[in-house]
Design a binder for this molecule. Structure first.
Ligand code: MN
Length: 256
């Protein structure tokens, strides 16, 4: 009998929304076909296009995703969610409904003996001062409780307006402004004493081999799941490899 290789899987930036059913269908197939054999599954933010509070579970689309995750968790695969800039309002009700553990951004883990730092990635885009000011504002506990006190429909409308404003602002920014800052990354490697960082957010999937103070370090950037793209990172004791969503996963509709 062949050995079944297992790995820990990392995903981010699926931006799941009822408006893009293709990505949700791919994710369900991934959960059904790939994830059950994983040692653990880490979702590193922007799982949802928008999450305006845990009462967002009232949306059947959201409840369906949470139920699919819970089914995986109940089958014995540990699930972790480190929220991103689109779903930072994820809280304990979502965690319960989806059977996952919420992680702080950033979180340091021991990955098969290699200290590894996990983050969404937006906090390291320090060249974008306008975005960082916005990020600080919406992560303020006062802003958070004031926002969460508004009716769900009003929060959805506000979030849509914010996304629209963000898209307009992005159109006027040079692309490099919206990438992570190299010094912020070097500082993260130093401060957290890791040799590997895994993050998403920038939608610039890559494996960057770096040298920080004479130490070889790896920065893995996860792909987004827009359009027909999508993928994940699989890590085991021998290292990490970027996996594209296999054609069979995208094409075979085994999930009903
Ligand atoms: Mn993001």
């Amino acid at each position: 009998m062949p050995l079944v290789a297992t790995a820990t899987l990392f995903l981010s930036d699926l931006h799941l929304t009822p408006e893009r059913p293709g990505a949700a269908a791919s994710f369900r197939r991934f959960l059904n076909q790939k994830a059950p054999r994983a040692d653990a599954l880490y979702l590193l933010g922007d799982l949802f296009e928008a999450w305006v509070g845990d009462d967002d579970l009232a949306l059947p689309f959201h409840a369906g995703i949470a139920a699919a995750l819970k089914q995986l968790a109940q089958s014995g695969v540990p699930l972790y969610f480190l929220p991103g800039n689109r779903d930072f309002l994820a809280g304990p009700d979502l965690a319960r409904a989806a059977g996952l553990a919420l992680l702080k951004d950033p979180t340091r883990i021991d990955l098969y003996g290699s200290p590894t730092l996990l983050a969404h990635g937006d906090a390291w885009c320090t060249d974008d001062a306008q975005y960082q000011a916005f990020r600080a504002q919406v992560r303020d506990p006062g802003w958070r409780s004031e926002f969460l006190a508004k009716p769900l429909a009003e929060r959805h409308a506000l979030a849509a307006a914010l996304r629209c404003r963000s898209e307009q602002a992005k159109a006027g920014k040079r692309p490099e402004i919206m990438d992570v800052n190299p010094e912020a990354i070097a500082e993260a490697f130093r401060r957290h004493a890791v040799s590997r960082i895994i993050h998403g957010h920038t939608h610039r999937p890559a494996h960057h081999r770096l040298n920080v103070d004479g130490r070889p370090c790896d920065r893995w950037v996860l792909p987004d799941w827009y359009g027909d793209s999508g993928g994940y990172l699989a890590c085991d004791a021998s290292g990490c490899r970027a996996e594209k969503l296999a054609t069979d996963v995208l094409a075979t509709d085994v999930w009903q």
